[in-house]
Design a protein around this ligand. Structure first.
Ligand code: GDD
Ligand code: MG
Length: 356
């Protein structure tokens, strides 16, 4: 079985962290989102994945090399400076996908506990052209919303309805099984939205079917949601509580420490501290509700609460980083700097004065 992953978006809401990595490579509890997706697909019997991306995203994925989990992985690249939207890349990959059997399409920016086998079974049992995973949310206005009729057939599909006008709270979870006939509905060579132009047509023909999911479903839209997503995932996987050897600090679980992390004396790590590979943490540091990407360095006496520190970033001694702060990759916050809640630092920038 084949799966196409749409991962050519620009993740503007996750700036400045997305200035230097696509959303699909954001670490979730120290593992890139794409790797979580690959693992689940491989477990569901998928053997080949097509990554529909732009050239820059392909560059980053090749550079980072997330584990392929035994899958055959190919790229299908949008034309330069002409993103194809969410349906164009499916049409473009028609030859790679083939027309022999139904295939899976996923939004590559979602962490979801979806049973793809069940989605495929539902698709095969009905006369659907498209079977869509659905989940319940409080505010559906930022998503694709469905109106169901009998037998989980989707009567109407509305992308991002104005606030208060959604027909239900059941939304498109960003995972579908499509039959090859869907290729015939997508015009070639231009940007086209599957949500705005294709799903409404399939729904009108009575061949769009919904399949509700119950597990964890997280859209990592903005930095605050990204932090929240990491905490939820950490909660769902935090079984082991063995304190790593060589660490003389106090560890308040749940905590995730990747390989090669060094922590100085009298530091208090956690709860909810997610620390990437080879991070160096000094003495008397306190870190909670925060994510520190790999290779970052945190000096002595630093306070880090509710913040994200990018890859290779440096936080000098005595710095105090408030809630919702985002320090992008390779940025440098000098000693004694106090950063007010919600401040951000762009990649490779140096901050030497307080941000109050
Ligand atoms: N290759 C390629 N080219 N991929 C793209 C392009 C493009 O031009 N535009 C977007 N994508 C990818 C994004 O990277 C993302 O993984 C996926 O397609 C969906 O695009 P988003 O821009 O993230 O859409 P959204 O979040 O506003 O809405 C979509 O997701 C919701 C679930 O989170 C829709 O599918 C909604 O209906 C859905 O509810
Ligand atoms: Mg999205």
């Amino acid at each position: 079985m084949k799966a196409l992953i749409l991962a050519g978006g620009f993740a503007t809401r996750l700036r400045p962290l997305s200035c230097s990595r696509p959303k699909s490579l954001f670490p979730l509890v120290n593992k890139p989102l794409l790797q979580w997706i690959f693992e689940r697909l491989a477990d569901s019997g998928v053997d080949e994945v097509i990554l529909a991306v732009n050239a820059l995203t392909q560059f980053y994925i090749r550079q980072q090399k997330p584990s392929k989990c035994g899958l055959k992985v190919r790229f299908s690249i949008d034309p330069p400076k002409k993103p194809l939207g969410t349906a164009g890349p499916i049409k473009k990959a028609e030859k790679l996908i083939g027309r022999n059997e139904p295939f899976i399409v996923l939004n590559g920016d979602i962490f979801a506990d979806i049973d793809y086998k069940k989605l495929l079974e539902t698709h095969k049992k009905t006369n659907a052209l498209a079977t869509m995973a659905l989940c319940m949310v409080e505010d559906p206005s930022c998503f694709g919303v469905v109106e169901l009729c009998e037998g989980d057939c989707i009567k109407r599909f509305i992308e991002k309805p104005p606030k208060g006008q959604a027909p239900s709270n059941l939304i498109n979870a960003g995972a579908y099984v499509l039959s090859p006939e869907v290729f015939d509905l997508i015009p070639e060579g231009r940007a086209i939205s599957i949500e705005r132009e294709i799903f409404p047509q399939i729904a009108a023909a009575g061949r769009l079917v919904g399949c509700r999911i119950n597990g964890l479903w997280i859209d990592i839209g903005k930095p605050v949601e990204y932090l929240e997503a990491n905490k939820l995932i950490l909660d769902s996987i935090a079984h082991t509580k063995t304190k790593p050897k060589k660490i003389m600090a106090e560890i308040n679980y749940p905590v995730a420490l990747d390989q090669g992390v060094v922590v100085g004396e009298n530091s208090i790590i956690g709860p909810y501290a997610i620390i990437g590979k080879n991070v160096k943490i000094g003495n008397n540091v306190t870190i909670s509700d925060s994510i520190v990407f790999s290779d970052a360095e945190i000096g002595d006496d630093v306070k880090l609460h509710g913040a994200v520190v990018g890859e290779g970033a440096y936080i000098g001694r005595h710095a105090d980083i408030g809630n919702g702060c985002v320090i992008a990759d390779q940025a440098k916050v000098k000693e004694n700097v106090h950063m007010r809640d919600g401040s951000t630092v762009c990649p490779a920038k140096e901050i030497s004065e307080n941000i109050l």
